[in-house]
Design a protein around this ligand. Structure first.
Ligand code: ADE
Length: 234
């Protein structure tokens, strides 16, 4: 076991889907995987391994924000030999044409986090998605007529910022939406030479103030999970 995951070696698949919410990990495992087995309950951060169309896949909650999620990314890679991490989560739209329920593929992740500032002193690093996983996700979405948007997103350290207008600067520079984990994921994936991709569903809009209910959010996550699983196994 690692510090925060109690699975034995071999109990976690090489490919892991990672929602922030551990209960969403449970929902994904029980809805989409055959024979899911729970391998982690430490801190309630549930993790499951099962099969999807005959391929072994795990689903692991990451918690919210980079400080939490980086712990799980790190231990999965270093202690369990994970080779592909696909984050699935929700995001807030920064653009008028990115609407609630839309699926967004994160090609790159800008960030307000200090994590990469301390890693790359006085310089900027551009955390980017793995091209192969990205291409597979795009191909699946095209084949199944699921509209997706793709581009640069923002990984923020704060859900509740001070200034409701702050998003406009990022929006002007083409940022599609905001979440809280991907810049950390893409950075650590690059460091350890594994593949990573983030697939998001828009749950709220900073432009219109619209917000999905918890129930509607669950339903709209199906397209996102199917895209992520297709990228995971193909
Ligand atoms: N995830 C979903 N909506 C978000 C928002 N508005 N800010 C940060 N993360 C989010």
């Amino acid at each position: 076991m690692s510090i925060h995951i109690e699975a034995k070696k071999g109990e976690i698949a090489e490919t892991v889907l990672m929602p922030g919410d551990p209960l969403r990990a449970k929902w994904i495992a029980e809805t989409f995987l055959d024979d899911p087995v729970c391998y982690n309950r430490i801190r309630g951060m549930l993790g499951y391994t099962g099969t999807y169309k005959g391929h072994r896949v795990s689903v692991q909650g990451s918690g919210m924000g980079m400080p939490s999620s980086m712990i799980y990314f790190h231990e999965l890679i270093k202690d369990y030999g994970v080779k592909n991490i696909i984050r699935v989560g929700s995001a807030g739209s920064y653009q008028e044409d990115v609407k609630v329920n839309d699926v967004v593929l994160a090609m790159a992740a800008s960030t307000t986090s200090g994590m990469n500032n301390s890693r790359f002193l006085n310089s900027d690093y551009s955390p980017t998605a793995d091209f192969e996983l990205f291409q597979k996700a795009v191909n699946y979405a095209k084949e199944h007529n699921i509209p997706v948007k793709a581009g640069n997103i923002l990984s923020s350290d704060e859900f509740y910022g001070d200034d409701p207008e702050e998003y406009k600067l990022w929006a002007q520079y083409g940022i599609l939406c905001v979440e809280m984990e991907t810049a950390g994921l893409y950075t650590i994936a690059a460091k350890y030479n594994i593949k990573a991709l983030t697939v998001l569903t828009i749950s709220d809009s900073l432009v219109t103030g619209e917000r999905l209910s918890a129930k509607a959010r669950e339903n709209s996550f199906t397209d996102m999970v199917e895209i992520a699983l297709a990228a995971a196994i193909s």
